[in-house]
Every structure is written in structure tokens, then in C-alpha cells.
Design a protein around this ligand. Structure first.
Ligand SMILES: Cc1cc2nc3c(=O)[nH]c(=O)nc-3n(C[C@H](O)[C@H](O)[C@H](O)COP(=O)(O)OP(=O)(O)OC[C@H]3O[C@@H](n4cnc5c(N)ncnc54)[C@H](O)[C@@H]3O)c2cc1C
Length: 424
């Protein structure tokens, strides 16, 4: 929906309106407010609200630290995550990546496994404390790019608001309907996730020798993979991801029945699910792999999932959302100070986000075609290769001197074929 001049019933003149108080929107709003900009953050739900996406990466802690909110996140008492463990479906092989072994290294050797209801609430409260006006229960219905006077418009309930910049941080359903300009990563096929919160009788670190308390554990098979994310006291976020065809071929049933049917394909996961108690029943979400072709035009910028979505297998979503929000807030702040810099600033912002997608997409593609799994589960992993991969798993997507990033798909495949030719 676009806003016509006839719709105006309130003329406001804000520096920025941010749509959506997820990690991307809350961080962008808080940073702009902290820089002295007038900011309105509009969120359709009232908080706390459930969100999937609980496993953070070490790189995000740097962003949170620069924002001055890391201490508060720490105080929440979330499980500390020092690494990621990948396990084959039959538990015959496993590989642990410890963030402390990254090369290039991360400033932090850990991240957190967060309950998104409280994590997102913390960030929104922090944004408000820095002067952002936060309004919950406000669904944005349309955005209109800048008019001749340089003002964009946002339609919410019975109001039309004017602003210099709009930040669309509305997640997978962007407030600005721009799906026609989305491109899908090469080789990506539509996937679906089924997930639940469960209290486990057996925790992954009790079942797999490599796993340590706090680690994320990923269990794989060709057609389905599972995540186990420890939240608190044996309570885990557990999810299963499969392509739409696999899902369609399951016996009919509700989300819980399909969750169980998919889990049956992963004996290693079934061992963990035995005698589990359901805390939050299974539900589903689509898992696209696509990014917007343009992230900025006419005073309207996209960030977080509204800018693009990465497959969740490497827990990169919140990391890219937070880092992107920080870079976007800088671009907006500088453009407000010096309007003639706007094109340069937003070109730099687009390149910054593209670099993250370019870093992660080859990992996703080679995960699904099996190349990366061969690398992960090699019985004698090459220490330096592993350290470069660990750096990417820690969220260091902007380290162009990492060969795993510089070489991307070609590097992963070359290493993968070297390993295959060794006959293991
Ligand atoms: C199955 C699955 C598993 C995942 N696992 C992980 C993981 O382990 N680690 C990780 O880092 N990421 C994970 N992700 C990705 C992660 O959830 C997202 O990348 C992250 O939430 C993006 O943050 P965001 O701020 O862009 O959007 P969101 O967190 O989606 O926030 C958007 C906000 O905008 C609000 N909103 C929407 N429309 C409007 C509107 N019209 N008006 C006003 N408000 C609106 C919504 O209510 C919401 O609060 C996963 C995703 C999926 C689907």
C-alpha cells in the first residue's frame, strides 16, 4: 500500500522511522537515537513475544559491546556458547568447532544462546532508554518513498507519518512489499523448519563426547538436519529442516506428528528426544534463501531479514541483522549530517551486507551438496583449514583475508576434492 497526499492526517518530521523491533530494528533505532536523531520505532506485537533464532555468534557480541548493551545481555544469564558440534545422523562421526580456535580470530571466544522473547525485549528497552520513541501494537501498512520535499511516508493505523529515512526491519514479511526484486541464491531450494522447545532427559553433551555444555549441536542427513540449542535447565530449542518435497511426502499430520516423522530419520537425534517433555509444541516456518536486489532507494532502507535471509544452519541471521543495523545507522546518521554523502554511504552499506551474504552462501550451498560435510567429518582435519572455517562459523564474515571468505565456493570445493582424492 502506498500513501497518497490525501491520506495525511498527521505531519511529523522525524529523522527516521524504523519498522519492526527485532534485533535489526531495535539496534538501528537505539544507535540513531544515541546519535541525537529523532527516531520512532514501530512494532506490531506487544513484547515479550516468541521468535525463533536463538543461537548467536561471537561477532555479534562485538556489535552489542560497541552499542553499550552487552553487559545487560550478559546479566540475563543466557547459556554461554563456545562452539558448534556437527554429528552424522548415525552418530558415527562428529566434529566440534571451538570459537577460540578461529583464524582470523574473534574478539570473543563465545556467544550466547538466547531466549528471543527476552533478548529482543532487552534491545527494545535499551533503544527507548537512548531516546527512541517505541510504540508496540502498531502495524505499518505502507511505505511511500521520498516526495519532492525529501520526505518519505509511513502509514500506520489511522496515521501517516513523515520522515527523512524509513528503515524496513520488519523481518521475513517486509513492510515494503518488494518480493519481486528478490533473488534466490544459486542452487537453493525452498525449505521448511519444524521446531519446538523441549525439556530433554538426555542432553547432547551427555550423548556425544565432543559436545560441551552450551554448544549448538547440528545432526545431519542428506534430506534433513536438526538443531539442538540449549536455552536453560535442560530446556532446548530443537528444530528440523527439510526441503518442501521431503515435507510433502511425509504422512499427513499436524506439526508435532511431522516433527516426529522427520526426527525418525535421524537416529542420533532420536536418542536425545527419547522421554523429552514438550514445553512449546512444534510449529513451522518457511526457510527461504534469498536477498533483496537493492537495499536502499528513495529514503527507504532494508535491514535484517527484510534485506535477505540466510539458511539457519550456521546461525548467521541475528549476526547479519545486528551488524547490518549498526552499519545502516552510521549511513543514515552521516547522510543526515551531510546529505551529499548519501549515495556513497548507502552504496557502502549495500556492499557491507552483500559481503556477508557472499561469505555465508557458499557455506550453505556446499553444506547441502555434501562438500562441506566431507570437510567437517574428515577423520584428520587440517588444522589451518579448520581454523579458517571456524572463523566463518563465529560470524567473522567481513574478514576478506580469510581464504574461506576470499575463495568462497571455489576454495571449499578445492579443499573438498583434495580430501576426496586422499580417499577418505
Ligand atoms: C527456523 C529458523 C531458525 C533460525 N535460527 C537462527 C539461529 O539459531 N540464529 C540466528 O542468528 N538466526 C536464526 N534464524 C534467523 C533469525 O530468526 C533472523 O535472522 C532474525 O530474527 C532477524 O532479525 P530481524 O530484526 O531482521 O527480524 P525479526 O526478528 O523477524 O523482527 C522483525 C519484527 O518486525 C515486526 N513487524 C513485522 N511486520 C511489521 C509491520 N508491518 N509493522 C510493524 N512491525 C512489524 C515483527 O513483529 C518483528 O518483531 C532462524 C530463522 C528461522 C526461520
Amino acid at each position: 500500500m502506498h500513501v497518497s497526499d490525501a491520506d495525511h492526517d498527521l505531519h511529523d518530521d522525524l529523522d527516521a522511522i524504523v519498522i519492526g523491533a527485532g534485533p535489526a530494528g531495535a539496534l538501528a533505532a537505539g544507535l540513531l537515537a544515541r546519535a541525537g536523531r529523532s527516531v520512532l520505532l514501530l512494532e506490531e506485537h506487544t513484547f515479550p513475544r516468541f521468535r525463533i533464532g536463538e543461537s548467536l555468534l561471537p561477532q555479534s557480541l562485538e556489535v552489542l559491546e560497541r552499542a553499550g548493551v552487552l553487559a545487560r545481555v550478559r546479566e540475563s544469564g543466557y547459556a554461554k556458547k563456545h562452539g558448534a558440534v556437527f554429528v552424522t545422523h548415525d552418530a558415527a562421526r562428529s566434529a566440534r568447532f571451538d570459537f577460540g580456535d578461529s583464524d582470523p580470530s574473534s574478539r570473543f571466544d563465545h556467544a550466547f544462546q538466547v531466549d528471543r522473547a527476552t533478548f529482543d525485549e532487552t534491545l527494545a528497552a535499551w533503544a527507548a532508554e537512548h531516546g527512541a520513541r517505541v510504540e508496540f501494537g502498531q502495524t505499518v501498512r505502507g511505505i511511500t518513498p521520498r516526495d519532492a520535499r525529501g520526505r518519505a511516508a509511513v502509514a500506520v493505523a489511522d496515521r501517516t507519518l513523515r520522515t527523512r529515512f524509513v528503515v524496513d526491519a520488519a523481518g521475513l514479511e517486509p513492510a515494503l512489499d518488494s518480493r519481486r526484486t528478490w533473488s534466490v541464491a544459486p542452487g537453493a531450494s525452498p525449505r521448511v523448519a519444524l521446531f519446538a522447545h523441549l525439556e530433554l532427559a538426555t542432553e547432547p553433551h551427555e550423548a556425544f563426547t565432543e559436545a560441551q555444555p552450551g554448544d549448538i549441536v547440528i545432526i545431519e542427513r542428506d534430506d534433513v538436519w536438526a538443531w539442538f540449542i540449549p536455552l536453560r535447565n535442560r530446556c532446548y530449542s530443537v528444530g528440523l529442516v527439510a526441503d518442501e518435497v521431503t515435507l510433502r511426502n511425509l504422512p499427513a499430520g499436524d506439526a508435532a506428528a511431522r516433527f516426529d516423522a522427520l526426527a525418525e530419520r535421524l537416529p542420533a537425534a532420536q536418542g536425545l528426544l527419547r522421554d523429552a517433555t514438550t514445553l512449546l509444541p512444534a510449529r513451522g516456518a518457511r526457510v527461504p534463501t534469498s536477498r533483496a536486489d537493492r537495499l536502499y532507494a528513495g529514503g527507504v532502507a532494508r535491514v535484517g531479514d527484510a534485506a535477505g535471509f540466510l539458511d539457519p544452519v550456521f546461525s548467521s541471521g541475528v549476526c547479519v541483522a545486528l551488524a547490518g543495523a549498526e552499519r545502516l545507522a552510521t549511513a543514515i546518521d552521516r547522510s543526515l549530517a551531510e546529505p551529499e554523502c548519501e549515495t556513497v554511504e548507502f552504496d557502502a552499506y549495500e556492499r557491507f551486507l552483500a559481503a556477508a551474504f557472499d561469505a555465508v552462501e557458499p557455506f550453505v550451498a556446499t553444506w547441502y551438496d555434501g562438500t562441506l560435510k566431507r570437510l567437517f567429518f574428515h577423520p584428520q582435519p587440517h588444522k589451518q583449514v579448520k581454523a579458517h572455517i571456524t572463523s566463518v562459523l563465529a560470524g567473522e564474515f567481513w574478514c576478506a583475508d580469510n581464504p574461506a571468505i576470499r575463495g568462497g565456493d571455489a576454495w571449499l570445493r578445492r579443499i573438498g576434492s583434495l580430501i576426496s582424492s586422499e580417499g577418505t
